[in-house]
Design a protein around this ligand. Structure first.
Ligand code: ZN
Length: 514
């Protein structure tokens, strides 16, 4: 009820009572007792009013404030004599809002009788956990071969406490390829925070393949190539040898370079491959040496100016023969090619040799000593088989030959004793002429550079004879290719004449050793 209304009612009752008392006194002559009682009543009412306390809307519980968040105390709603006096309330007592603790403050309200004060406890508490902010990705891939490097983190606590040295980092395994890095921290008020970073272990490293045997091997023509295989291991998948795929073939019946490719991939798809180079070569016993020590039969063409017969054995080859022909054409020099069997794709080279004025001779359908020197018949067949083929290619059947290994070879002894003695007669009886050499480029053996080829040829040329120069145009023989121009220039400059070997050319032969 409104205080003014009460005051008005009391006042009106008082006036009414005074009036009644005065009237009754006049009428009944009443004693003084009643007015005294009335005055006591008035005094009590007035005293109550004066002594009334303000009312503050506060709880009897302490106030709890989160550390670092508040900066002042909220003044409670306060009434005094039924009026809002909140704005006149003041607070005394210090509170450190950034420090955990229990603080006593007082609300002070001015009243008629002076300052009315009421105590309040304020607790500054920390109930907020710290925060951990991870630097870098929260979810990332890591190569199994790499070392985990912590990208770092920032830890913050509302209490301004430095927790950076209090973060615990643990690893929590999920499965074989995933784990969590767990960051945990606790502030001094006991609030905990946990953050996780997920790491996926990935396999981005290819397996390794190890070849059994040599990665670069040479085998003799017509021998057997035995696949030795390879082993493969992967750090993640272990032994992958069974999964190696081998491709490529070695044609042991054809001179050349072959590649065997070994491929393997691991479960994650990382691939690796290795190559084995297999060179199929033919034995070159005599040809790989310098001119034999036996004195070659030297035939003179009847002049002393010096003649050079450039001869190329073991062709044609797609890589070398066309370039040799180009050089000969440019220098306008003719030469002699003692050829081996050739595939249809190389027919054009035989035709070109012939059409450009060079001489074509027979070296043999096969160059394999173990086949051609087993018998007289085998050798003769080896010559005529190629002769027939050449005739089909160019319409002309050559009758000049060069023995594989030369007529002085001793390798044939292994297959047939005395065969060279017989063959050197037999070929003549069959209308052939054979030509050995008296200058060797050494390009199938000793010479490893074009300079050596050049020196081997030019230092052995002699003016007073026919110089039959042994060279080779088999595939890859770049040292001869690179020396050829200079050899020709040397010959021309020194007054030599270049000629091709024909049936009219006197034979240049070695001494027979078998
Ligand atoms: Zn040869």
């Amino acid at each position: 009820m409104n205080v003014y209304l009460i005051e008005v009612i009391i006042f009106l009752i008082s006036v009414l009572l005074v009036t009644i008392i005065l009237d009754m006194k006049k009428i009944h002559k009443l004693s003084i007792a009643l007015p005294i009682l009335f005055l006591i009543f008035i005094a009590v009412i007035t005293g109550t009013y004066i002594l009334e306390r303000p009312t503050l809307e506060i709880s009897n519980q302490p106030i709890s404030l989160e550390i670092g968040q508040a900066t002042s105390i909220q003044i409670p709603y306060t009434t005094y004599h039924m009026k809002d006096v909140t704005s006149s309330v003041t607070v005394t007592g210090d509170v450190d809002y950034n420090k955990i603790g229990s603080y006593h403050i007082q609300y002070e309200v001015p009243t008629i009788t002076g300052i009315y004060a009421i105590e309040q406890i304020v607790n500054i508490v920390d109930k907020t956990p710290p925060t951990i902010t991870l630097k870098g990705d929260k979810d990332f891939n890591l190569s199994y071969s790499a070392t985990y490097e912590e990208p770092g983190y920032v830890v913050y606590d509302n209490s301004s406490e430095d927790l950076s040295s209090k973060v615990h980092i643990d690893q929590e395994n999920i499965n074989d390829t995933e784990y969590n890095i767990v960051y945990s921290v606790e502030d001094s008020a006991g609030n905990k925070t946990i953050e996780r970073r997920k790491v996926h272990i990935i396999d981005d490293v290819a397996p390794t393949i190890k070849l059994n045997g040599s990665a670069s091997m040479s085998i003799l023509l017509n021998s057997t190539y035995t696949e030795k295989g390879a082993t493969a291991t992967d750090e993640m998948d272990g032994n992958l040898t069974d999964k190696i795929e081998i491709s490529g073939k070695v044609n042991t019946s054809k001179v050349g370079e072959y590649s065997i490719i070994y491929k393997v991939s691991d479960q994650a798809g990382n691939k690796v491959q290795k190559t084995r180079k297999v060179t199929v070569y033919e034995e070159k016993v005599t040809e790989s040496h310098q001119t034999p020590n036996t004195t070659p039969t030297q035939n003179s063409d009847g002049n002393n100016t010096g003649i050079i017969y450039l001869t190329f054995d073991d062709g044609p080859s797609s890589s070398i023969t066309p370039k040799i022909l180009d050089i000969l054409k440019k220098k306008n020099v003719k030469a002699t090619f003692f050829i081996l069997n050739y595939s249809s794709s190389l027919e054009y080279l035989v035709k070109r040799e012939y059409n450009e004025g060079h001489s074509i001779g027979i070296h043999g359908y096969s160059h394999t000593y173990s086949e051609i020197y087993t018998s007289d018949e085998a050798f003769m067949n080896n010559i005529t088989k190629l002769q027939d083929k050449i005739k089909k290619t160019i319409g002309y059947a050559p009758t000049i030959i060069r023995f594989p290994g030369g007529s002085s070879n001793t390798v044939s002894k292994k297959y047939s004793t005395g065969i060279m003695t017989r063959l050197t007669k037999k070929v003549l009886d069959n209308g052939f002429k054979y030509y050995d050499w008296n200058v060797s480029a050494g390009d199938a053996g000793g010479a490893s550079t074009s300079t050596q080829v050049y020196n081997n040829v030019t230092k052995n040329l002699k003016k007073n004879r026919s110089n039959v120069v042994l060279m080779h145009d088999f595939g890859g023989n770049k040292k001869t290719l690179n020396a050829l121009s200079d050899i020709i220039d040397y010959g021309l400059k020194n007054g030599y004449t270049f000629k091709t070997i024909t049936m009219d050319t006197p034979m240049v032969t070695h001494n027979v050793n078998n």
